[in-house]
Ligand binder design. Structure first.
Ligand code: GRF
Length: 193
């Protein structure tokens, strides 16, 4: 009798549309090697919650007080025994109690080539607007470990794309999303091995 390797568990934190969360969930659903077992979200209006429902993935919404002043989120995570915690468009700073409980187990994706265009205030369209305003010739994605400082954990992976003079923040965001969809699941897969 041979034994199947245990299914790896991924927990995703997201604040917005959740297209990366969906991409990761469907990628591993097809592969059968891991599953997104829970989506945690700080915004009750976020599109990621609709996606979670459609994909039959449990989700949990928490507020600022629960996240920063209670053990609720930590206890939920502990009960799930995640192999990896993935921030996919999650906008709140991760508190030290989480980075301490899960060293090298929390990763984030950032829509620029860090250390450029990272740090406080540099998220979503703000990043793309700044890159266009500065007439940068290239941008890209960075997947990195999360520590207690915004966008400063060790870099795991980067991929680049060209920024054309005709690009707008919206067209650049589309290019970045395509890179994210292509590489984020694969990088997660490599980390999980
Ligand atoms: C992504 O571009 C990610 O890099 C950034 O926020 C965006 C989230 O998009 N941090 P989505 O919610 O996955 O569609």
């Amino acid at each position: 009798m041979f034994k199947l390797p245990p299914m790896k568990k991924i927990i995703i934190f997201a604040s917005g549309s959740g297209s990366n969360a969906e991409r990761i969930a469907t990628y591993f659903h097809q592969k059968g090697t891991a599953q997104v077992s829970l989506i945690l979200c700080n915004n009750p209006q976020a599109g990621v919650l609709t996606r979670a429902k459609r994909l039959a993935i449990p989700s949990l919404v928490f507020n600022r007080q629960a996240f920063y002043e209670s053990d609720i989120v930590l206890n939920v995570l502990k009960s799930q025994h995640p192999d990896l915690i993935v921030l996919a468009g999650f906008l709140w700073k991760v508190p030290a109690y989480l980075t301490e409980a899960y060293p090298h187990k929390i990763i984030n994706i950032h829509p620029s080539l860090l250390p450029k265009y990272g740090g406080k205030g540099m998220y979503g369209s703000h990043v793309h607007e700044a890159i266009i305003a500065n007439a940068e010739k290239e941008s890209g994605i960075t997947i990195h470990y999360v520590n207690e400082h915004y966008d400063e954990g060790n870099i795991i992976f980067q991929a680049k794309t060209t920024v054309l003079p005709t690009d707008t923040p919206d067209t650049l965001a589309e290019k970045i999303h395509l890179l994210e969809y292509e590489y984020f699941p694969k990088v997660i897969e490599e980390i999980l091995v």
